[in-house]
Design a protein around this ligand. Sequence first.
Ligand SMILES: Nc1nc2c(ncn2[C@@H]2O[C@H](COP(=O)(O)OP(=O)(O)OP(=O)(O)O)[C@@H](O)[C@H]2O)c(=O)[nH]1
Length: 455
Amino acid sequence: MAVPLPVRINLVSLAFTALVACVLTALGGYFLYFQQVEHAHSRARFAAGDLAERAGHMARLGLRPQDTAHFEEQCEAVIRNDPLLDEAGVLDPLGLVLHHYIRASASSLLLSDAFPMKEVFSFDGMERAEIRDPLNGGAVLGYTAVSINQDMVLRQTLRNVGWLVICALSLIAVGVLVQHVVFWKALGRPLAELVRTADEIQPDRLETIPPALERPRRDDIGRVYGALRRLIERLQEARFALLEQNAMLEVAVRLRTSELEHVNQALARDIERRKQLEEELRTQANTDALTGLTNRAFVVPYLEKRLAQAHRETHRLGLLLLDFDGFKCVNDTWGHAVGDRALQIMAQRMQQECRASDVLARLGGDEFLIVLEDFASQAEALGFCERIAAQFNEPVLVERLALSLGISIGLAIYPEHGSTLDTLLASADAAMYAIKQAGGGVALADQAFIMRREA
Ligand SMILES: Nc1nc2c(ncn2[C@@H]2O[C@H](COP(=O)(O)OP(=O)(O)OP(=O)(O)O)[C@@H](O)[C@H]2O)c(=O)[nH]1
């Protein structure tokens, strides 16, 4: 779980304050100890001086230190009156201990004959004074020495340090409390509110600024609130612009879609028209405009295909070449329009005579061609030719005119009269020409003629 920022700040601050307090307490303890030591030394100096001065007075009265036991009491009084002192003594000029008192609880005995004189003068825990003889020009009569109570110095120092620590801890506790209150009010609560407010911001609820951000604040948090408010305002603007753009985009897409639909429809119509046109063109290309029959362009490739199939399937195929007789005369006598109409009527008659499997084509002028299929014999094919020719027995009625037309038909049969389109056409043409010379009718191709051409 994340620790809130104010608590973290407090913890860091607490750790730092504790560190500072520890350092200050250590320095204070060190200082207190030396103060205490210095105080004990000054007490020892004073006691040693006092003892030496009393000994001087005694010497003025003619009593030397070694002559009176009064100094025993003096030494005891000094030690009893001051707990900071441990031991007091009077020594002769050579360092021999004349009078001496040591506290019962003292840890070690310093002033004894075993304690050398030079140690007395150099030992750090002891203060000394000279006993001067006022009657003898201040000659040295001996020495006084007072040692300090090290244990007591330490105990008192520790006691003082203890108080110091208590004071420091109390100060830290108060400081932390104050800090916590200050940080929570100045930072924690506003930050928590800021986080809650930021969490509540939703894209669809940007219309109103959260009330917490409207409250005026003059501190740094207030600046953060202001920044968040400005951010929301910019988001509002951006969202509004986005909605506008979306709406415009939707309209543009709708327009474009409808445009595309129109274009698509127009394109579909175009394609359909083009297909129809192509179909018409194909039909036109393969159709004779006057009679509506298929034309030469269609029938020649068709004939080639049927010939190939007949070759594969080994069946017969009939080819009829037809040419009107006396048609020029109709044109010349009654005009081209009457000739046209006669051509149309005769084409219709011939077509009616054909079966679905037969193909009638106009090659041009008054020349026609029929592809004949499904016949069992030459006689059957010739019978078909006769029926076609019989259509010309009836006069052709055009604009109250009864026109008489003849027909010459040359019949060539695959494979008897030719195995290729050219030879079949030539056979049929020769037969048709021959019968025309004979005055019209139906003629079967001459096999001998064919043999000659193919040879
Ligand atoms: N009305 C009309 N006449 C055409 C058309 N195409 C060709 N012709 C005419 O048809 C005639 C055909 O000539 P021919 O075959 O010599 O006429 P014909 O009188 O039948 O002579 P033969 O075939 O020898 O019996 C010509 O006068 C052409 O000008 C057409 O589309 N319409």
